[in-house]
Design a binder for this molecule. Sequence first.
Ligand SMILES: [Zn+2]
Length: 460
Amino acid sequence: MREKVDILISNTLLVTMNNERRVVPRGFVAVRDGVIVDVGVGDGREKYSSEEVIDGAKTVTVPGFISAHTHFYGALLTGSPWFGRIEPPSDFMQNLQRIWWALDVMLCHEEAYAAALIGSIMYAKSGVTNFFDNISAPNCIENILDSMEKAVNEVGLRGILSFEATQRRSIEEGVRGVRENERFIVKNNRDPKKRVKGAIYLHASFTVTDDLFKLAMEIAEKHDALIAIHTEEGLVDVYHNIERYGLRPIERMEKLGFLSPRVHLVHAVQATDEEIALIKKRGAHVAHNPMSNMLNAVGVPKIPKMLELGINVGLGDDGYIFNIFENMRAAYLIHKVWNLDPRLMTPLQVVEMATVNSAKMFHQERELGSIEPGKKADLVVIKPRTPSTPVNEKTIYAHLVNSFSSDDVDTVIVDGRFVVKEKKFVNIDLDKALEKVHRVVEKLWDRMLAEGKYQLDYLK
Ligand SMILES: [Zn+2]
C-alpha cells in the first residue's frame, strides 16, 4: 500500500544542502501538509502516491533560495526619468540624498503594496521563496507593513518585512519606525499560520542615536526578534561615527552591547580586521550584496576572510537586481577581481550563502534552507534548457553559479503549495499584476518629477 502525499517530485537531481551537502543523482522528495516527509533515492513511486507527481527527469531540485537583504521599493526605480533630472551622484551620500531619500519620502501604502507585489513576482520567478525586506517611507510609517504583507501573501511567498527606522529627519520618526516594526512583530511572529514575519530594522549607525539602538535592542529581546542595520556601506558611516563618538560603527555597536546572534550587519564593506573579529566574537551575521556594492561603487567587503573565520554570511541584493542567479554570479566573481586572486570563493560557498546561511541568519535553520525530512517544503525545480556540460552531482554547484538563470526555474513551492507551476504563476494573474504595478509607478514618477527634491538632512 503506497502512502498518499500532496506532492511527489520524482527522479530529480536533488541538491539537499543538508549538513553533508548530499546530492542525490536520481532522487525524490515527498511533501505532505507543507512539510517534507521523505527524501530518498529513485522515483519514490513505489512508496508514495500523489495527485501531484512532478516528473523530475532532467531537472534539478534545490531548497528555495533565501535573499538575506532587499528593498522591494528599489524595483520601482528601473529606468525612472528621475535619473535624467538629477545631477549624477558622485559618492554614496549623494546617492542617498539625490535618489533613495528623494524617493522614499514619496512612498505610502499604494507604492509599498506595488513594490512588494513586483518584488515577490521577480523573486518567485528566480526561485527565491523567502527574503528579508526593508522599506523606508518616513512620511507614511504606521501600518505600512500590512500593505506589503498583502502583496507577498497574494503571490504566496514567505518572508520578513521590516520598516527602516531612521532619525535623519527627526528623533521621533526613528522611534515611530521601531514601533511600526514592533507592531508587526506582535501581530505576526507568534502565529504559525503566518508566513510573513516581522523584524527590527535600523537604517544605519550614522542616522540613529544611541537611544534608538537601545530601544531596538530592548524590543528585539522582548519579542525574540531579529535586528538588521546597514553597516559601513559607505565611508560617511565610518566618518560620522568617528567624528561624533570617537569610534568606528562596529566598535560603537560593541560598546553599546548591540552585537549578538540576532543582529544582521548589512554590507560591512569598510569593516576592519578588528571589527570583523568583533562580528565573529559576538556571533552577528553579515548580509552580502555584491551587485549593489558595484552599482554604488562603495567597494567590496572582506567576505572570503569572514567565511574563513566562520562568520555566517548570507546573500542579498539590496533592492537591485531581484534575481538570485545573477547575485550568486556576482558574489562568485567580485572577490576574485577585487583581490586579484581567482582562488577566492567556490561555487558551493556561494550556494550556501543563498540557502543555508541565510536560513541561519533568519534563525530558521531548523525549518528551512535545506531539503530534509521534517523541514518546511520550500522547493525549487529547475529545468536547465541549454546546459553546456552534463548536469550531475559533480557539476551541479558550478552550473548553479555559472550557467543557470531564472529562465530555467520551472516550479516554485512554498510551504507545500505551488507558487509557480511549469513557469506559470498559480496565485495571481501576472499580466494584471504587472499592469497594476506600472500604473502606480507612472503616478509615482509624475509626482517625483513635479515635486521631487534632494533630501540633504541627516542626523547631525
Ligand atoms: Zn539595503
